[in-house]
Design a protein around this ligand. Structure first.
Ligand code: ZN
Length: 310
């Protein structure tokens, strides 16, 4: 096949990004719009419009379309699952609909799996046989790639690494448990911890978020540094569990909180060293995602290559 040019669609909770990605994983053009939570038919029309627009900007004909979507999806049937922020999209098939509109082959995966495929094929995970991709932002998610193949559960299910329980007496989680990794260590959990532990007179409490905490910590703010310490401890515990369970070659770290990874990494490594004694934890490389801001978009394109291109 001549060098495929893939229309990539990254569907997130707040925005939909669309772009054209070449056969080396390079983004040729991109556009984005807010995720419209209402009618699916309007959503799919908007995505089609964005695909035409980016293809026109790059001056290319699309060879195929790859989709990465947050929330549960059925990659085999190409359908959305119970996507809680898009109730009207449940059971709909963007794979079928976009294939009809564009007359090309279309593939869909969970966005964590899509990003894992991108890092495994084009990014920091190249030549790493057992790779776990972890993204820490407003939630914690990821994907597992073994010898370039996605690990899938029963019925194609996507494992939810963010919902491993680290503290059963911890804060409640949307999944029903308490003290999940996500509830303890995603960005909003950092802000919540600071809000409940900062002294009453702490001047930065108003509108605090993970990004601001990291900035304050870099300036030496003592309360923010405590929040970083707490965050790094729970990041370390969750990663230690993944290492004990899977002994991977590499764990690729991504997401908005990991933009400040240097603040956390020493403590994370110390936590891992303190407990992973029965596995060669020092051989698991902790590495930062190398595809940058567009990891999810590039991942969406990689989904097409994974399904049809090999
Ligand atoms: Zn949970």
């Amino acid at each position: 096949m001549a060098s495929p040019l893939i229309g990539a669609v990254d569907i997130g909770g707040t925005k939909i990004a669309v772009g054209v990605v070449d056969a080396s994983g390079k983004v040729l053009s991109r556009t984005q719009a807010p995720t419209d939570p209402d009618r699916y038919s309007d959503g799919i029309e908007m995505i089609a419009r964005m695909l035409r627009e980016t293809a026109k900007i790059s001056g290319v004909e699309l060879t195929g379309i790859g989709i990465g979507s947050t929330g549960p999806v059925d990659p085999m049937r190409g359908e959305f699952g119970d996507v809680d922020f898009l109730p009207g999209w449940r059971g709909q098939s963007p794979v079928k609909d976009l294939a009809e509109i564009f007359k090309v082959r279309v593939a869909l995966e969970n966005d964590g799996d899509a990003a894992a495929l991108a890092e495994a094929g084009w990014g920091a995970g190249r030549n790493r046989s057992r790779l776990i991709y972890v993204t820490v932002g407003t939630g914690i998610g990821g994907g597992i790639a073994l010898d370039g193949k996605l690990y899938r559960g029963v019925d194609g299910a996507h494992p939810e690494i963010g919902h491993q329980v680290l503290d059963p007496s911890g804060p409640p989680c949307s999944c029903g448990f308490r003290g999940c990794w996500e509830a303890l260590a995603a960005g909003p959990a950092m802000a919540a911890w600071l809000e409940s532990h900062a002294p009453a007179a702490y001047p930065h409490r108003q509108g605090i978020n993970a990004k601001r905490i990291c900035e304050l910590a870099q300036q030496g703010d003592a309360v923010a540094l405590q929040a970083i310490e707490h965050e790094a401890y729970y990041l370390g515990l969750g990663l230690a569990n993944l290492i004990n369970l899977f002994t991977p070659d590499a764990i690729v770290l991504s997401g908005s909180v990991m933009k400040s990874a240097p603040l956390f990494l020493d403590r994370i490594r110390a936590v891992i060293r303190s407990g992973c004694r029965f596995v060669p934890a020092e051989k698991t490389q902790l590495t930062l995602a190398s595809l940058g801001e567009d990891t999810n978009l590039i991942g969406a394109a990689r989904v097409w290559h994974y399904r049809f291109g090999q």
